[in-house]
Design a protein around this ligand. Structure first.
Ligand SMILES: [Zn+2]
Length: 264
């Protein structure tokens, strides 16, 4: 993948960048710009549990669910991610994602760009043991973190470690697939006499992966903020649109757009 292709792939953002989940949103024409600082400040204030509407908006089966159900799944998936985070750290007596990945025998590589244009842009897990962290996005994020006004909001943050932790959960999930909540919880799509078709819910895996990552890197806010942060390096306008959506899903009012000249 070249830089231009990556740029193009980022145009229809909004799919929840960490995940493989996603339905295509209709193309909204233009988003008013906001400063990164203001957006991050607002988003880091949203408690983890309140992200459920945003997370499920990326779930292909979302139309079948009600809010109380979404909320319950959110809580249970967060608990699952946390539990496995603690469990894995204990089991290996290690705490950083890169140490854990190594101890678990994962092959972690850090290419600059993904090979092909896909929705998974910043990191991905490929079965059985391959994790890729794409460094172009990470480097852009690092640059922003050099600004005191950004680092004072996001704190000490190793973006590549956070991405790695998220992907590591997908490996853990596969390893414990017989018992782990995110794989055991299913919904019945249809039944006909003795026949039925049950499906796992992708959003649950993504919620748990975020909670797992948060547990490992000790993040004081919900990692969904990273969607806006990472996208901003490529498209401040898309990041602003995503921010707007996130705020609305969390029942909050997005801040007023800035004058164009104020936005870097
Ligand atoms: Zn994921």
């Amino acid at each position: 993948m070249t830089k231009q292709e990556l740029q193009k792939a980022l145009e229809p953002i909004a799919q929840g960048l960490f995940g493989k989940q996603g339905i295509r949103r209709y193309e909204r024409p233009h988003f008013p710009l906001r400063s990164l600082e203001t957006m991050l400040k607002d988003l880091t204030e949203i408690p983890q549990e309140e992200w459920f509407a945003y997370v499920f908006s990326r779930e292909p089966l979302n139309g079948k669910f009600q809010d109380d159900q979404r909320r319950r799944w959110m809580e249970q998936s967060i608990a699952c991610g946390r539990e496995y985070g603690r469990r894995i750290c204990q089991e290996y007596s290690l705490s950083t994602p890169s140490e854990l990945a190594k101890a678990m025998g994962m092959k972690v590589t850090y290419p600059t760009y993904p090979e092909k244009t896909d929705r998974v842009l910043f990191a991905e897990f490929r079965e059985p043991d391959d994790i890729r962290i794409y460094m172009d996005g990470v480097k852009k994020a690092k640059k922003f973190l050099e600004r005191p006004e950004i680092s004072s909001i996001l704190g000490k943050l190793e973006v590549s470690e956070l991405l790695l932790a998220h992907e590591l959960f997908h490996y853990v999930e596969e390893k414990y697939k017989k018992e782990i909540y995110t794989r055991r919880e299913k919904i019945r799509l249809w039944s006909l006499g003795p026949l039925h078709n049950d499906s796992t819910i992708i959003a649950l895996s993504e919620i748990a992966a975020m909670a797992f990552a948060r547990e490992l890197v000790k993040l004081p806010y919900a990692p969904y903020v990273m969607d806006v942060f990472l996208v901003y390096g490529y498209s401040p306008e898309e990041a602003s649109g995503l921010y707007e959506e996130m705020m609305e899903f969390a029942g909050r009012t997005p801040c007023a757009p800035e004058e164009r000249k104020d936005v870097e």
